[in-house]
Write a protein that binds this ligand. Structure first.
Ligand code: PFF
Length: 463
């Protein structure tokens, strides 16, 4: 056992193990549930295009920044800022990340729990009867099924408990024996499932209409909102802005190439988001009575639309079972990364044992998740406060953007890019994207994120 393992930190076994684990964090509900929802809401293909550009110019840039800081410091976000600039207020950005992680987990795990619940319902054939109703009626019945499920405290809390318990179990087993081991099994399974489902969707009669909504940009739909949501989606989807990639980067060996690792994670994340759209849009457009506007805004809509699609499609039950397994796997590899950040903090900074840290954070997240879990009509006050939607706005959008802004400013102007370059070049002597990355991290990323934050503040104030 080396000293890394003795102090409970651990390291990835190989570069590919890191890529699986980090893609596992990145690929999640953000790709399969949130991305198609945003595409439906924000103008279709033009959103897709803006999102891809945001990942290339800003997402990749911040991802490489987080990995570099993490590997250099070999610590959780709080420890990393404190290691590079001891005694400075920068560690507050680390604390912000740890707290953001626990709060994102608190609503994210609820939606993951819904996926578990819907997997069960699909398996026992709950949605079969929807096939006997016409478009609008089917919609109403599906709505009732979802409302009954999400408003039933016992059912949602059991599903939530299962998700948090599985996540805590994996985290308690450590970096190699837990995260790496499970990512290596779950991620190939996820890729396999998503390809089968995409082929199935593409071969549906009439798939072209859905595809053209999804892939043919209409410039007239482009506006500031599209940029704001596309950049926000890029941060959320790539797990950036709260130190997750810093923490995962802290387990990477000095010899590994951070640039290509960041590139692979961004590429696989975009690929899965695009494939998720390929599954969703042709399927939606070929189901009578369903259109993309039915797929918007509210958290629960995917859970209302899919059962109808499943019930009306030939072989739909198998499609449904595979789809919800896919959603659950994608969600679990992300909840794992959300729990790892505060766990690493307790291990590094407070010298806690991994198993104790995982248990305490797991239990706290469960308790913190209860208001979100009960915010869909189960408890009136939580419903009125729109706990889940507000958690996503505050922590999933605003806090991640603030975190990413501080990370790019910290790297460029406090730690300085020349020191970051030394770290990057220890595993990659020929960093050919150097000029591109330097311009983006010093200027483009901070400026764009700053403007976006101002935009959000104005929008929130003016309602
Ligand atoms: N990237 C995850 C997804 O797309 O579902 C969500 C997420 C995980 C966000 C971890 C932030 C994070 F730190």
């Amino acid at each position: 056992m080396d000293s890394q393992e003795l102090n409970q930190r651990g390291n990835w076994g190989s570069k590919i193990a890191f890529i699986f684990a980090a893609s596992g964090s990145a690929i999640g509900l953000g790709n399969i549930w949130r991305f198609p929802m945003m595409v439906g809401l924000k103008g279709g293909a033009i959103f897709v295009l803006t999102y891809i550009l945001s990942v290339i110019f800003i997402g990749f840039t911040v991802m490489l920044a987080e990995l570099t800081i993490g590997r250099h410091a070999k610590k959780n976000p709080v420890g990393a800022f404190n290691f590079i600039k001891p005694g400075s207020p920068w560690k507050l950005v680390g604390y912000m990340g740890v707290i953001t992680g626990v709060f994102i987990l608190s609503y994210y795990a609820v939606v993951a729990g819904w996926a578990a619940g819907y997997l069960y319902k699909t398996t026992i054939g709950t949605f079969r009867r929807l096939s006997t109703f016409s478009g609008e009626e089917a919609w109403e019945v599906s709505d009732i099924i979802f409302k009954n499920f999400s408003a039933n405290p016992l059912e949602v809390l059991i599903c939530l408990f299962i998700v948090i318990a599985l996540t805590t179990f994996v985290i308690s087993k450590g970096v190699k024996g837990g995260i790496e081991r499970w990512s290596k099994i779950l991620m190939p399974a996820l890729f396999f499932l998503i390809i089968i489902l995409a082929v199935r969707a593409l071969t549906l009669p009439g798939a072209e209409t859905g595809l053209s909504f999804y892939l043919k940009p209409k410039l007239s739909e482009f506006n500031a909102d599209v940029i704001f949501f596309a950049v926000g989606q890029a941060f959320f989807s790539l797990s950036l802005g709260m130190g997750t990639m810093m923490t995962y980067g802290s387990y990477i060996s000095k010899k590994d190439n951070l640039v290509s690792s960041a590139g692979w994670v961004c590429f696989s994340d975009v690929l899965v988001a695009l494939l998720a759209g390929i599954i969703i849009f042709p399927t939606l457009f070929t189901t009578p009575g369903i259109s993309p506007d039915k797929f918007q805004a509210e958290t629960g809509l995917m859970f209302q639309v899919l059962p109808i699609v499943i019930s009306k499609m030939p072989g739909g039950n198998i499609f449904g079972i595979l789809f919800f397994i896919l959603l659950l796997i994608a969600a679990l590899t992300s909840t794992i990364s959300l729990l790892e950040v505060p766990t690493a903090y307790l291990i590094d900074e407070r010298n806690w044992k991994r198993s104790k840290a995982a248990f305490v954070i797991g239990l706290s997240s469960f308790l913190l998740a209860i208001p979100s879990a009960l915010s869909h009509e189960a408890v009136k006050i939580f419903t009125k406060l729109k706990i889940m939607a507000n958690m996503d706005l505050i922590f999933g959008n605003i806090m991640l953007a603030i975190g990413a802004l501080f990370i790019s400013i910290f790297l460029s102007y406090s730690w300085k890019t020349k020191n970051a370059l030394k770290e990057i070049e220890s595993g990659n002597k020929h960093f050919s994207l150097k000029p591109f990355w330097l311009i983006n991290i010093k200027f483009l990323a901070p400026i764009v994120i700053f403007i976006i934050l101002i935009f959000i503040i104005i929008k929130t104030i003016t309602g």
